[in-house]
Design a protein around this ligand. Sequence first.
Ligand SMILES: [Zn+2]
Length: 318
Amino acid sequence: MKKFVIGVDLGGTFIKAGIVDETGNIIIEDSIPTEAEKGPSHVIEQISKIVNKLNENFENGEIIGVGIGAPGQVDLQGGVKYPPNFPGWTVVYLAKEVEKITGLKTTVDNDANVAAIGEAKFGAGQKHPNFIMVTLGTGIGGGIIINRKIYRGPTGGAGEIGHVSINFDGPKCNCGNYGCVEAYVGQRYLSSWVAEELKINPNSKIVEIVNGDLSKIEPYIISLAAEQGDEFAINVWKKVGFYVGVMLASVMNLFDINVAIVGGGVAKAGKILFDSMNETVKSRALKPIAEKAIVIPAQLGNKAGILGAGALVFEEIS
Ligand SMILES: [Zn+2]
């Protein structure tokens, strides 16, 4: 009998879930508001509700488990710690709680690891047994895949590449360190230094697109301007590629891995960004790694959350 799993993408606003088969097809999907402000037990109920609904209406095979990708840190016991924008959370053992209500075996990991596992099983990582996954969004998520398995470290905290410092004297990061790559290319930081530099580059198309309101700058607006040939915007993506590339060169050296897969909203900037990341790792990583180094786009796009969470279950049982 064909095996299926339910992948759950826990977001701050919506919980998205879908039934996934072993080859990475989403058979059916659904979503429900997270209502995180109502606290952890309500979120557990919402997840269980959507899982039960999908499970009860499915007649094409057996659901063998549930995978959840959660924001924040997740320890090896499945404790989800202090996810941002989830008031009232300390440590919540999400998988155990959902399992109690649904009766389905449940696994949880942080969304950056889940993205890596998803690309490894169903996406751009299928051809690459070892790679560094980078998710460029509000924060910079990371996942390390070694021999097709995620590397979690002794407590589950491995892969925090967003907090690799690329400048000891750099801007202060949320984490308390200075010059973390996230403090340059995390969405808010990025928008803020771009706004600052636009004050001395007022002729950029970006200013025109936001009608002079620099607080409205978002990555897709910079991309829009770059597509129209705006020199300043093109240089922003070159710089972002350089910053990420500098970090990747160190991480590639550290793990002896020469493939990086990059996804997330900011990665939609496309060719200019990827050319810049590739040039940087090739010129900065140690020679044996640099010779074969490639930085390629993720393939799962906005399905990464559900597919990755599904892949997490298949990984557990393999
Ligand atoms: Zn940091």
